[in-house]
Design a protein around this ligand. Structure first.
Ligand SMILES: O=C(O)CCC(=O)C(=O)O
Ligand SMILES: [Fe+2]
Length: 445
């Protein structure tokens, strides 16, 4: 039983947060760490390197809700080591509804003072738009569990809390802070995704000198739990290494999550389409029936395979082939995600590449999205891997442990590819003629 001591509960009630709490060993953290590292790509935005994460259920680049697709992430947040402690603080019926990645590259990462509650009861896209509707006769409860993936220190920008602020709601100053100076402007991934296209960010009437501020260093595998009202912030990463952390939010099932859904409005406050979003009951039961609650996402096998293969391309784990087949990959991807091409024919002279891509997409006109997904997966499976880092679901699909093997020669790569392709085509490996290019192995339409 992972329980909080009476002193820890008192600390939480008085200060609005408790931690650091020993929770996971480094070995227990490893699958999640490996998963996030292989499913991200460092990109340069405005001169700063930042990881891009793609959400395979919501189909958008975002550091949010990776747990909807990646089991190593969700498993940690469903763990009794976390949930039993939350039960002591909140109540027995809890839904896990959101996770976020906070990646601070060196010299980045200032996060200004904020209270989580305002992000969900107002919004920085539209102050009327809400993410959570709390029942009128209940105290709002939206607990955050912040998990350190790397050690967080005062030098690299660990969390700071303003003790006792959870007992107060701070006034929101509408239209006072331009979006580019908002809370999360110090983290490129958040700025370029969450604040993109917005005019204003949330701003609070809050002065840190009025409060006792406490900085909380945390070791990898430890958590901090805090409430929806506790004011928190974190400083710039002044170290030479990244500072990676993951948080999750939990509410009671009586809280309506994404109320717009009921009216067919699936665009949330970050501009993400949440039609396929779901919450996970991590303890107790749901007596309300107002939310989309599932054990796991609704992607079928074909789509999981497709997303896994698309991640290999997105995260640069495969060598892309030269032109024609690269265009096939593009065309199949578009057909799989969007169906038939509806866009206008680009000018072949002025936008030559766009025109070729448009043509490639149109080549698959009329085939179903599932068929396009299958063809895409088969095609990507033939591409040589750049490294052997693969996602968890990909490991599971390989099923024979081969996914961990390191290849050092072209012959080894060829032999692995041949057996893999043979398996896909349901033929014997020696039926594949390795002297002719793979295009002739029946993988292409
Ligand atoms: O990781 C950080 O520094 C900030 C995290 C945060 O704002 C949160 O978990 O709500
Ligand atoms: Fe926060």
């Amino acid at each position: 039983m992972y329980s909080l001591t009476a002193d820890q509960i008192k600390h939480f009630e008085e200060k609005g947060w408790v931690g650091p709490l020993d929770t996971f060993s480094l070995e227990e953290m490893e699958p999640m760490k490996e998963c996030l590292e292989s499913n991200s790509l460092m990109v340069e935005i405005d001169g700063q390197y930042t990881p891009n994460f793609y959400n395979n259920v919501l189909n958008v680049i975002t550091p949010r809700d990776q747990h909807l697709f990646h089991k190593p992430v969700v498993e940690l947040y469903k763990s009794p080591k976390i949930v039993q402690r939350l039960n002591q603080l909140g109540e027995s019926n809890l839904l896990l509804w959101q996770t976020n990645i906070f990646y601070k590259a060196p010299t980045q990462g200032l996060i200004k003072w904020h209270q989580a509650i305002q992000f969900y009861t107002a919004s920085d896209i539209d102050f009327e738009k809400k993410t959570l509707v709390f029942p009128k006769d209940e105290d709002a409860l939206n607990l955050t569990v912040w998990l350190a993936v790397d050690d967080a220190t005062p030098e690299n920008g660990c969390l700071r809390f303003a003790n006792g602020t959870h007992k107060k709601e701070f006034k929101v100053l509408e239209g006072a802070l331009p979006a580019k100076e908002g809370m999360f402007a110090g983290i490129q991934a958040h700025k370029s995704v969450w604040q993109a296209g917005k005019k204003y960010a949330l701003a609070f009437e809050f002065n840190e000198t009025d409060w006792e501020v406490e900085e909380v260093p945390v070791k990898a595998g430890q958590i901090i739990i805090f409430t929806e009202r506790t004011m928190h912030s974190s400083a710039i990463n002044n170290s030479k290494q990244r500072r990676l952390a993951l948080n999750a939010r939990y509410v009671r099932p009586s809280v309506l999550i994404y109320p717009g859904r009921l009216k067919g409005d699936f665009i949330d406050e970050n501009g993400h389409n949440v039609q396929r979003h779901f919450s996970i009951m991590v303890s107790g039961r749901d007596d309300y029936g107002i939310n989309v609650i599932r054990e796991w996402n609704d992607l079928d096998e074909t789509e999981v395979e497709f997303q896994t293969m698309a991640n290999l391309v997105r995260y640069d784990h495969v060598e892309l082939p030269a032109d024609k087949r690269q265009l096939d990959i593009y065309g199949l991807y578009q057909q799989a995600v969007e169906g038939d091409c509806q866009t206008e024919e680009p000018d072949p002279i002025r936008h030559a590449r766009k025109y070729l891509q448009w043509q490639a997409w149109n080549r698959y006109q009329g085939i179903s999205r599932a068929e396009a997904m299958q063809q895409y997966s088969q095609l990507v499976a033939t591409l040589p891997r750049k490294d052997r880092k693969v996602s968890e679901s990909d490991n599971a699909d390989a099923g024979d442990g081969d996914a961990h093997k390191k290849f050092s020669t072209a012959a080894e790569i060829q032999s692995w590819l041949v057996s893999y392709v043979a398996e896909l085509l349901k033929i014997e490996p020696d039926e594949i003629d390795v002297t002719t290019p793979f295009e002739q192995c029946g993988l292409n339409p």
